[in-house]
Ligand binder design. Structure first.
Ligand code: HEM
Length: 132
């Protein structure tokens, strides 16, 4: 365990699940079916996997070293607007990641982890809104 609750939550999840990709996208599309159409050009799932890896790296950087995560998220929010994805839709992805971790962690999702994710999601929502 570290002193970074966001890092801890990913590490705990990694011990229970080899690949978050199917869980995150099943959740995202289950809650927001209109988002699935954006991936029709991704029959193999390669883009979905790569995108999630970028999102996780951006989150870990944003919650830690703060070198590239903020800029990446801001730039991608603008890029995705160009693909017809509204900033609010873009922002939904972070919630799907958080909810996937919460479900995987179960009783190990502590109050501290919950608070850290709550703050992070609030900050990312503001970041995305300002970028859009
Ligand atoms: C529900 C929200 C989102 C949707 C529907 C969505 C959709 C897409 C789609 C369709 C592509 C493929 C573009 C192409 O083929 O050229 C893509 C790529 C990408 N997205 Fe998203 N995106 C979402 C959220 C995010 C978020 C939050 C990030 C944060 C960093 C992100 C980062 C990226 C990156 C880096 C790529 C390029 C991946 C690669 O080809 O390696 N996306 N996204």
């Amino acid at each position: 365990m570290t002193n970074n609750m966001i890092v801890d939550s990913f590490e705990l999840a990694a011990g229970r699940c080899d690949d978050l990709t199917p869980l995150v996208y099943a959740r995202l599309f289950g809650e927001h079916p209109e988002l699935e159409q954006f991936f029709v050009m991704d029959p193999t799932g390669a883009v979905r996997g790569s995108m999630l890896a970028w999102v996780i790296n951006a989150i870990l950087d944003y919650a830690g070293a703060r070198s590239f995560g903020e800029n990446l998220i801001r730039a991608e929010a603008v890029n995705h607007t160009g693909m017809g994805i509204a900033p609010e839709q873009f922002g939904l992805f972070f919630g799907a990641v958080a909810d996937t971790l919460r479900e995987l962690l179960g009783a190990d999702w502590t109050a501290e982890i919950d608070q850290a994710w709550g703050m992070l999601l609030g900050e990312l929502a503001g970041l995305v809104q300002r970028a859009g």
